[in-house]
Design a protein around this ligand. Sequence first.
Ligand code: AMP
Ligand code: MN
Ligand code: MN
Ligand code: MN
Length: 286
Amino acid sequence: MSGLQFDLHTHSTASDGSLAPAELVQRAAACGIGVLALTDHDQTAGLSEAARAAREAGIEFVPGIELSVTWSHQTFHIVGLGIDPGCASLQAGIERISAFRHWRAEEIDRRLAKKGIHGALDGARGYAKGAILSRTHFAHYLVAQGHARDLRQVFKRFLVRNKPGYVPGEWASLEDGLAWIQEAGGLAVIAHPARYKISATRLRQLLKEFRELGGVGLEVVSGSHSRDDIISMANLSRRHDLVASAGSDYHGPENPYLGLGRLPTLPAECQPVWEHPDWGVTHNLG
Ligand code: AMP
Ligand code: MN
Ligand code: MN
Ligand code: MN
């Protein structure tokens, strides 16, 4: 397996990515990726299309998800790898998060309307095209309406804490999120760990609880990590006895971070998640 390029964190139009699942897989194969996970936010709807496309393209496919959880009043993302999307408790969890997303989208709309920005929900729905509603879809609409230059700026001005379109709220608990991933047969990995605004002490506390609840890995290599982030996350993963994952967090060609197939390799001292004893259980995705 060692010669293969792994990308274990990507998005499609089933959440806030801009490529359809099959298009994403074709592009990944063309970029030299040998093992690809699709990990849409709180959603598994793209997995069967992606699995089919991967069979045709001759690359290995890992069915995944990126779950939004709230731990100690802060949002964290947990990637589940090798999940069975047919798992009933996982789907019930997805339903719960979808209900929150739906309510939150209406609330974002109401808050933006108070600031004189009207039609944001309909606008966001136009970009989501029936997929789960994300802040990214609101961001695309606000940029198109001229409220900011690009996605980065629109988040900064409107969609983050203390800004007019920000809505606080509770995602799944860490405990529930990890239970759903494990019941679905998946391995849980903390996504882009260097990106959270969290003290070293609280991060250690999070990793300890995560591990106690059955979490196994840390995304040491991420499209949003610097070289220094990679080194410090590699050290942290070893100290906490967590395996290491690697994923671009690709959202499409206009992505502000890395393109596909350009991930740095995992530091040699890391234990890759694909060498975890429970890696590689495959599910029939039809
Ligand atoms: P949500 O899960 O709906 O709250 O939206 C979170 C998504 O917004 C993330 O997965 C990113 O894709 C996107 N996002 C968050 N912050 C930024 C940012 N500063 N610039 C661009 N996209 C962002
Ligand atoms: Mn996203
Ligand atoms: Mn994320
Ligand atoms: Mn992501």
